[in-house]
Design a protein. Structure first.
Length: 170
């Protein structure tokens, strides 16, 4: 948890400018999971907060900190441009492996702009294989962030989640 707090503090303190392409201006800010409005095929997390900031060079930094259904804290972080390219994505485990042994994260994250300025398509990969994908969009009034998560496990079983977040700050 200390690592997650340190990384979140560092990320938030180094973020800057508010200009970029696609969905970026609308998504910037802090969001809290609305569990009642979300749909999960398994027990939902107890809580989740997401933050999206933009660096002066146009890199979107996304951080999610959650407490899973069993009460364990986790985090997820990426730094990417909305250009469809794969960028490293850290989670609690891969950040610890990187700090302890210099091992690069096995996951990547990509955002693909759409014709809708409030929406992007995203893809997560593990060791080059797509593990989840979906669409992420901000409501027209800017008060809600939603995204789908489509997962197919190695056995071919499919699941879909819908996360809905309420804006809590800029």
């Amino acid at each position: 948890m200390k690592i997650a707090a340190l990384i979140l503090t560092g990320v938030l303190s180094t973020c800057g400018s508010w200009t970029s392409r696609a969905q970026v201006p609308a998504i910037l800010g802090t969001w809290k999971l609305n569990v009642a409005a979300s749909r999960f095929p398994e027990p939902p997390p107890q809580s989740e907060v997401r933050s999206y900031r933009l660096t002066d060079s146009g890199v979107l930094i996304g951080v999610a900190v959650n407490i899973d259904a069993q009460g364990r804290p986790n985090f997820l972080q990426f730094a990417a441009k909305p250009d469809g390219k794969d960028y490293p994505e850290f989670d609690t485990r891969s950040a610890a492996e990187y700090l302890a042994a210099g091992k690069a994260p096995f996951r990547t994250y990509a955002e693909i702009p759409t014709a809708d300025p409030l929406k992007v398509h995203w893809v997560d990969k593990a060791s080059g294989r797509i593990i989840s994908s979906g669409d992420k969009w901000v409501s027209k009034d800017g008060k809600q962030l939603s995204f789908t998560v489509d997962i197919t496990d190695p056995k071919g079983n499919k699941a879909q989640f819908l996360y809905v977040f309420d804006r809590t700050g800029t």
